[in-house]
Design a protein around this ligand. Structure first.
Ligand code: BGC
Length: 475
């Protein structure tokens, strides 16, 4: 198969996130968030100590973004709300009308263009005052998030019908509270990510429930969470140890969140037993993985109306023996396995991003199988270029094409219910720790010029053809 039509009314989109594109970090009453604090502290935790203070300037240049969306002919656009632009201290105690006005303009203009918005409530940018009260390590954040979600539904829900509560709780918990690469930079090895994730799952579930009970009838929208996952396969397909390691890898990566939300309200057995056993061996009186009460399990189960998948890459998995286990406890250590990149896989602009298009097809079929054949939106997928990037990114378009072909096979040959695809990202933007050195945009942004001009890459022009025809022609 080298071409094919996508299903009718397939959603074609691109995605962005507030901190990565908006700038205007203290404009019009916006409060500080953890990324403002982290980047302003310097300390070389971000490439060249760059910040999102200006980024793509979308807070003022949003009409330029709309032109890009129009040029691509997108049917959908995924963006996130800056929590602290709306609620400067994170709570509904003070509401910033100018923040509301900004998103109203954006949403209304999208709808006028017949572009359907998909809105993420939280994409890594926790308001600093919420972090100061313990952030995701604190149970209090569950309630604060629920109130924020309720406020957003009440304010924008007359027009927004697709909500994503939290983007990538896996990275949001691991990088912020365990490896310390993201703000608040906490290195709570072996505990931080589990505790943060525990509160994120509860916060998500509460936000789903408040929609379901107070808004759904009237607004007729749907709520989900964006889960990121690699696809994983055993390094040695004949090794039982590597096969078991792969199973653990998928559980510590995807099932950690997907099981509670899509299956039974609880963490996978495999995680519970491994972490509890290790905790015992470490002389702890209870497991480092927190437990949900029965009431919480019932509250969490079934709290997603569709499946949002962010897919970037695949890993080969090697089981680690007790001698090869890393001394630090995060990631590899509890899971007892390590994800490896095959040397022949091309790398797209940033060292972690091995290009493995067939991985998405396998992962989609796996999600269909494990989580009851849900409707799936691929809410992020993309390839980067390093700076300076080529406008004629022919190679990169090749990666997109191959990936879209695998998505098509998943739909047509494997019967996976994929409803849409969102390229990451609409624009080159602030790529977290990599600053502006890694460029994921379909549109190039010239960060050297004050007016931050957007120029389409070759990929953008080619993507527009796919969107227009609802068809991939791949030779
Ligand atoms: C995040 C984006 C990020 C992208 C590329 C995803 O993990 O949601 O914010 O820019 O990956 O690294």
């Amino acid at each position: 198969m080298d071409s094919g039509k996508f299903p009718d009314s397939f959603a074609w989109g691109a995605a962005t996130a507030a901190y990565q594109i908006e700038g205007g970090w203290d404009a019009d009453g916006k409060g500080p968030n953890v990324w403002d604090t982290f980047t302003h502290q310097g300390g070389d935790r971000v490439y060249k100590n760059q910040t999102g203070d200006v980024a793509c300037g979308s807070y003022t240049l949003w009409e330029e973004d709309l032109k890009c969306i129009k040029q691509l002919g997108l049917t959908h656009y995924r963006f996130s709300l800056s929590w602290s632009r709306l609620l400067p201290d994170g709570t509904t105690g003070f509401i910033n009308q100018k923040g509301i006005n900004y998103y109203n303009k954006l949403i209304d203009s999208l709808l006028e263009m017949s572009v359907t918005p998909l809105v993420t409530l939280y994409h890594f940018d926790l308001p600093q005052p919420v972090e100061d009260q313990g952030g995701w390590l604190s149970e209090k954040t569950v309630e604060i998030f629920e109130q924020y979600a309720e406020f957003c539904y009440a304010t924008f829900g007359d027009r927004i019908k697709h909500w994503i509560t939290i983007n990538e709780p896996y990275f949001a918990s691991r990088l912020s509270y365990e490896s310390g690469i993201f703000p608040p930079g906490k290195e709570l090895i072996g505990t931080g990510a589990y505790r943060a994730a525990h509160n994120m799952i509860k916060a998500h579930a509460k936000a789903w429930h408040i929609y379901n009970t107070s808004f759904k009838n009237k607004q007729q929208g749907r709520v989900s969470i964006a889960l990121d996952s690699d696809w994983a396969e055993p390094l040695d397909p004949n090794s039982l140890a590597d096969k078991e390691g792969t199973e653990r890898y998928m559980h510590f990566r995807l099932h950690w969140f997907a099981n509670p939300i899509f299956i039974d309200g609880d963490y996978p057995e495999i995680m519970k037993s491994i972490i509890s056993q290790k905790s015992k061996e470490e002389g702890l009186t209870c497991s480092r993985l927190p437990e949900f009460t029965e009431e919480e399990k019932a509250m969490i189960k079934g709290t997603a109306d569709f499946f949002c998948l962010n897919y970037y890459t695949t890993r080969k998995v090697k089981t680690l023996s007790s001698e090869t286990l890393p001394s630090k406890r995060y990631g590899n250590s509890d899971m007892g396995a390590e994800g490896i990149t095959e040397p022949n896989w091309p790398i797209a602009g940033v060292e972690w991003l091995a290009v493995v298009p067939w991985g998405i097809r396998k992962l989609l079929a796996y999600i269909k199988h494990c989580f009851g054949n849900p409707e799936i939106f691929i809410t992020e997928n993309g390839f980067a270029q390093t700076d300076p990037p080529a406008l004629q990114d022919v190679h990169r378009w090749g990666y997109f094409q191959e990936t879209l072909m695998e998505v098509l096979k998943a739909i047509k040959q494997d019967g996976v219910n994929v409803k849409g695809y969102f390229a990451w990202s609409l624009l080159d933007n602030f790529e977290w720790s990599f600053g502006y050195s890694v460029r994921f945009g379909l549109f190039h942004v010239d960060f050297e010029q004050a007016n931050l001009p957007r120029t389409p890459y070759y990929s953008a022009n080619e993507y527009a053809k796919v969107v227009k025809g609802n068809e991939l022609i791949y030779k």
